[in-house]
Design a protein around this ligand. Structure first.
Ligand code: PLP
Length: 439
């Protein structure tokens, strides 16, 4: 196979990589293929590099597939969930409730009650109104529920692709309000506020930004404890560790991160021996481990440009649309089904999907060997924010299949939606076709 330059995707090399043709034949296309061995090894190497006191919580939002979580859980990931289904998923997988946190700005009463019923480690609280809801839910069950206050920091640090701090936000409680919340917190009987959570952004590729964020958060946690009198059972430093997708980006240097982060954590852990230190990560734990496998259906020329129309598209891979950037940037792509012709120079290809919108463009002017109908093209580094963050029902195509590779075998961990899956949840009614109102 050939790859666009400077790209390393685990499991995507022809020599040692998976049998893409066999996978496509067995599971069909389009299909997400996750390399379970890579998922486990990557998590283990992150944990080995970072301070042993730092616990890694997997943000299921990035890839909520049960099979993916099964691999990560077995490799030692704890769980950060944000919905009833995600909570159920991690409990079903055997996660110790003491290793689960639940966050999100709009938790329902049912979700809060499920957290309390399961006895999860902490509910991350995002507003004072929610704090009262947690108090009531825990009171109704006659228990105490640990709560971490999510703080909307007064400052923002440049370098994250989506900066969270220093702005009005629906997330968390403003730093100044938290610092002044002592009396309010003292009145709680069942919501046991005992820690701080801060999430300062996502797609961070610069180790120094993570270090600065963490220094700020650890200091903030101490200031909150001092100002409000709460215990610091836990400090959740967020995370937002990035993955490089586009030209001129480089993966976060974990060794460089560890070098500067670990001493910070060490000092904090020494000063607060009973405090758990949590880090959340979704993208870093999954992005490089996934490939979106599509088959080329047709090739054509338009006004001098070459197009390959594939069976997969942006309805499964919204991130490939490249929101927010004026010039379209391509995810790394590779021809996976065969070697290019000997001596062939790659040329520019536009890769489109089957949707009836010009936005359904996976890549523009990607350098690839001459494509032919039947070729398999992989969108690499696609393990995070894939189908679950995409409009899978657009044009009623439905969810793609998902496969996890582990120890040389392939496992279907989600079957592709059928037409019946897509239509079966909808209903008609005889009255809807009447021209006249019913008497
Ligand atoms: C989305 C989210 C995460 C995961 O972010 P990644 O960039 O995928 O690691 C973690 N914490 C919070 C609060 C989030 O909203």
């Amino acid at each position: 196979m050939t790859e666009t330059p400077n790209r390393e995707a685990p499991g995507a090399h022809a020599s040692a990589g998976p049998d893409w043709n066999g996978l496509a034949e067995r599971f069909g296309t389009p299909t997400y293929v996750y390399d379970g061995d890579w998922l486990a090894a990557n998590l283990r190497s992150l944990r080995a590099a970072l301070h042993p006191a730092l616990e890694v919580f997997y943000s299921l939002k990035a890839n909520p597939n049960r099979g993916v979580y099964q691999v990560l859980h077995a490799a030692g990931a704890r769980a950060e969930v944000s919905s009833l289904a995600e909570l159920r998923l991690v409990l079903d997988a055997g996660t110790d409730p003491a290793d689960i946190v639940f966050l999100g700005p709009g938790k329902s009463g049912e979700e809060i009650d499920a957290c309390v019923a399961a006895g999860i480690y902490a509910v991350v609280c995002e507003s004072f109104a929610e704090l009262r809801a947690i108090e009531a839910a825990a009171a109704a069950r006659g228990v105490r529920q640990r709560v971490l206050l999510r703080v909307n920091p007064a400052l923002s640090i440049a370098g994250s692709r989506l900066t969270m701090g220093g702005k009005p936000r629906q997330f968390g409680i403003d730093e100044a309000a938290v610092l002044a919340a002592g009396p309010e917190l003292a009145g709680l009987r069942h919501a046991d506020v005992a820690g701080v959570h801060v999430y300062l952004g996502t797609r961070i590729l610069d180790a120094e930004v993570v270090v600065k964020n963490t220094a700020y958060i650890l200091d903030l946690a101490e200031r909150v404890a001092e100002a409000t009198g709460i215990r610091l059972d836990a400090v959740d430093i967020g995370g937002g560790l990035g993955a490089a997708y586009f030209d001129n980006e480089h993966d976060l240097d974990i060794a460089a991160l560890a070098k500067d982060l670990n001493p910070l954590l060490d000092r904090f852990a020494a000063a607060h021996p009973g405090t758990r230190l949590l880090m959340e990560s979704g993208r870093h734990l999954t992005a490089l481990g996934g490939t979106y496998l599509m088959r080329v259906r047709y090739t054509k020329q338009s006004m001098g440009e070459q197009f390959a129309v594939a069976d997969g598209g942006t309805h499964h891979h919204m991130a490939a649309v490249g929101i927010g950037s004026f010039v379209k940037r391509n995810f790394p792509l590779a021809l996976l089904s065969r070697a290019p012709e000997p001596g062939e120079e790659p040329g520019p290809w536009n890769i489109a999907g089957p949707l009836c919108t010009p936005n359904d463009t996976i890549a523009k002017n990607a350098l690839l060997p001459a494509l032919r109908p039947g070729d398999l093209v992989g969108v690499l580094r696609s393990g995070a924010y894939g189908p679950s963050a995409s409009p899978v029902y657009f044009l009623s195509h439905g969810h793609p299949a998902e496969v996890v590779l582990r120890h040389g075998r392939a496992y279907l961990v989600r079957r592709r939606d059928t037409v019946e899956d897509v239509l079966g949840r909808q209903s008609t009614h005889p009255d809807l076709g009447r021209d006249e109102p019913l008497e």
